[in-house]
Design a protein around this ligand. Structure first.
Ligand code: NAI
Ligand code: ISE
Length: 337
């Protein structure tokens, strides 16, 4: 049986996911899409050479009897509404990060899912599907560097649009680290502080860039994450784990080493689409397979909630300048299976 997908939001990642579902992955097909820019949605389908119904409103996609499962790839503030509507319709939903704009919003999704009685939500945290992060986690769990003591991380984008503001460094960008570092270290955050270095001249009035986010975890691990979204030189994700007996570093994406013009060089990618292309394929194939098998196993609404609890504390820390606690309630039994 081919799983019939409806996609809400046909922008950058929406188009990428439509392309991969129809042309790369097995067992699913996009049959319906919507975007507030309906002409843009039609043009995207034409460019991709894909035929699908185009709706004015995301709720029509969710309600369509032709659609078995939903992908939410619209702007961040719309995720909660569409995910709740998919749960109400009893349809599995893959929601891009963040699950909602606050822990409170994520809690609504968690409560609706628990009330439904079965997992329906996978959050688009793709880094746990990345082969580099998986290899890094194996080194840690195999005990090769002893217990982790410190992590040094960076999330750098070459540039961001004008509407990207200081808070989005947390809700849109570091949210990836908030998820993947919990998974990597099997730990939870205890407190956070945000410090602001000198602002780059490439930023604008509403964006303090770069930022450094400093965490202490429940086990006492110290983590620093540099967020630098106008770094100019490339899209660069770094993660170094300092353990008791050694240091493990996230592998660089493979690239040919060049000796040319008296220089030794490797290309640095500039686009998140290319950096995590394989991870996106694996996460969405897992979603398709799990929906067909009747049991979701990927990043859950609870993981979305946990990341947003920490994100809320980061936002508070951005404004207070103080060390803010991260208060995470116990995981409901529903998410232990
Ligand atoms: P984008 O701006 O290129 O596309 C978003 C699209 O959603 C636009 O076409 C917009 O018109 C549409 N839209 C907005 N409100 C809508 C609504 N109510 N109903 C239907 N369509 C609506 O943005 P991009 O980069 O594609 O990001 C989309 C989402 O995916 C964001 O939430 C972002 O955080 C997430 N994302 C995740 C990535 C990952 O690595 N997992 C990478 C890039 C984006
Ligand atoms: C984008 O929204 C993403 O989610 C990418 O994965 C991320 O690395 C990038 O910084 C965001 O703008």
């Amino acid at each position: 049986m081919t799983l019939k997908l409806g996609v809400i939001g046909t922008g950058a990642i929406g188009q990428e996911h439509i392309r991969r579902c129809n042309n790369v992955l097995q067992g699913a097909k996009v049959v319906a899409v919507s975007d507030i820019n309906v002409d843009g949605a039609r043009a995207a389908l034409q460019r991709l050479n894909i035929e699908a119904e185009v709706y004015q409103d995301g709720h029509q996609v969710i309600q369509s009897p032709e659609v078995d499962a939903i992908l939410v790839t619209s702007w961040d503030p719309t995720h909660e509404e569409f995910t709740l509507a998919a749960i109400a319709a009893g349809k599995p939903v893959f929601c891009e990060k963040p699950l909602a704009m606050s822990a409170e919003g994520c809690r609504h999704v968690v409560e609706a899912e628990i009330k439904h009685g079965k997992r329906l939500v996978q959050v688009g945290f793709m880094r746990p599907y990345d082969s580099g992060y998986r290899a890094l986690k194996k080194v840690i769990t195999d005990g090769e560097i002893g217990e982790p003591l410190m992590l040094h991380c960076a999330h750098r984008n070459p540039t961001v649009p004008e509407n990207y503001t200081t808070d989005m460094a947390i809700t849109n960008t570091v949210i990836h680290e908030l998820d993947v570092l919990r998974w990597l270290t099997n730990d939870d955050y205890k407190s956070v502080q945000v410090v602001f270095p000198r602002v780059t001249s490439k930023s604008h009035a509403k964006l303090k860039d770069p930022q450094i986010v400093l965490f202490e975890t429940q086990k006492g691990v110290r983590i620093d994450v540099e967020i630098f979204v106008n770094c100019a030189y490339g899209y660069d994700i770094q993660c170094e784990v300092v353990g008791e007996t050694g240091i493990a570093k996230l592998p660089e994406p493979s690239s040919v080493q060049l000796r040319k013009d008296a220089k030794l060089s490797n290309t640095i990618l500039v686009d998140w689409k290319d950096r995590f292309i394989d991870a996106y394929d694996v996460e969405l194939q897992a979603f398709i397979n799990d929906v067909k098998a009747g049991q979701l196993t990927g990043p859950s609404a609870w993981d979305g909630f946990a990341a947003s609890v920490a994100a809320d504390a980061c936002l508070k820390a951005q404004n207070s300048g103080a060390i803010e606690p991260v208060e995470m309630p116990p995981r409901p039994d529903f998410y232990n299976h």
